[in-house]
Write a protein that binds this ligand. Sequence first.
Ligand code: HEM
Length: 347
Amino acid sequence: MDDLYYSDYIELDKILNSQHPKSFSSMEEGNDEMLFIIIHQAYELWFKQILFELDLVRNIFIRDRINDNSDDMSRVVQRLKRIVKILELINQQVSVLGTMTALDFLEFRNFLLPASGFQSKQFRLIEAKLGLKMEQRYKAEYYKHTRRGSLSESDLQDVDQAERESTLKELIVRWLERMPFFDEKYWRDYHRASALDDENKHQFWVDYRNAYQTSLSESERGRLKEFGKVFFEEGRGDISPVAMRAALFITIYRNLPILHLPFELLNTLSEIDELLSNWRYRHFMMVRRMIGIRAGTGGTSGAGYLEGTLNQHYAFKEITEVATFLIERSKRPVLPNTLKEKVSFNV
Ligand code: HEM
């Protein structure tokens, strides 16, 4: 009987025979190019797992309805939290490469020209599937596949395809828009009669807006106008006013059992943005230490370009910035019992 053997199962031979440094051929002349290749491969494996989890989450959210109390919802949160853990790990991994010095890097740097992490299709797919669009990218012109050091035509097409499929951000917005918080049936016993035909004039939001107004200091008065714009007129970034209202409502009343998982979800999305941004920062600092302000092997301006992405490449900034519009717990309008007692939503 042929038992399954460990190395066959995980196809170890393929992985362990995939390190071919360009700058040396024997151990005697060996340098840090081995570490450089292995660390990139380790990153790409983790990117693959992140993409796997993201697709699973997107497949759940793509459905018309998700029961907020079902296994699906907890699975989504669990998988997103797994992504958080992987991102924490790959953030730490930067310090392994940090043991290489700038002079060590110069030993082999020219051998890899014009290849660069810029061409990591999986990294671009992660960004795209989360919700970052080409037009929102810093120096989008760098992505033209005709540019030496940019992505190949077929990789760029795959990234474009990922952008056109429903991104996690778009799916989250649709889910937020379906939240039935303001269904008339939940508000019959609210402390004052509500103008239920129009959520914009709902008494709850009138009360909330008043509480927000009193929470603002003199120098923050302008925020009240912004509150109207974000939650009732234009929304923020790619997110509609109704979805922004749902995100705010979930954040304010996250202590309600029905809102625990939705809040965990929103919070985890912000965490993912933050950890990706931490990685960008650590990578940028390492690059500055390795090559100063020289251009990158991929032909961008190098550290300057990376700093630009750090400031600009966020998928869930609008959700994180809901914090701008919070009020103290004690000032929150008291919700009607009919709403509080509702134990599950099918949205
Ligand atoms: C000595 C170490 C490293 C140096 C000097 C370096 C340098 C650079 C530079 C200069 C860029 C900008 C594009 C260019 O012109 O080449 C870049 C982009 C990138 N690098 Fe690295 N890198 C290093 C290690 C790594 C590692 C270990 C990874 C792991 C996968 C990585 C992934 C990336 C990614 C994904 C980008 C694109 C970032 C973006 O456009 O937002 N790099 N790198």
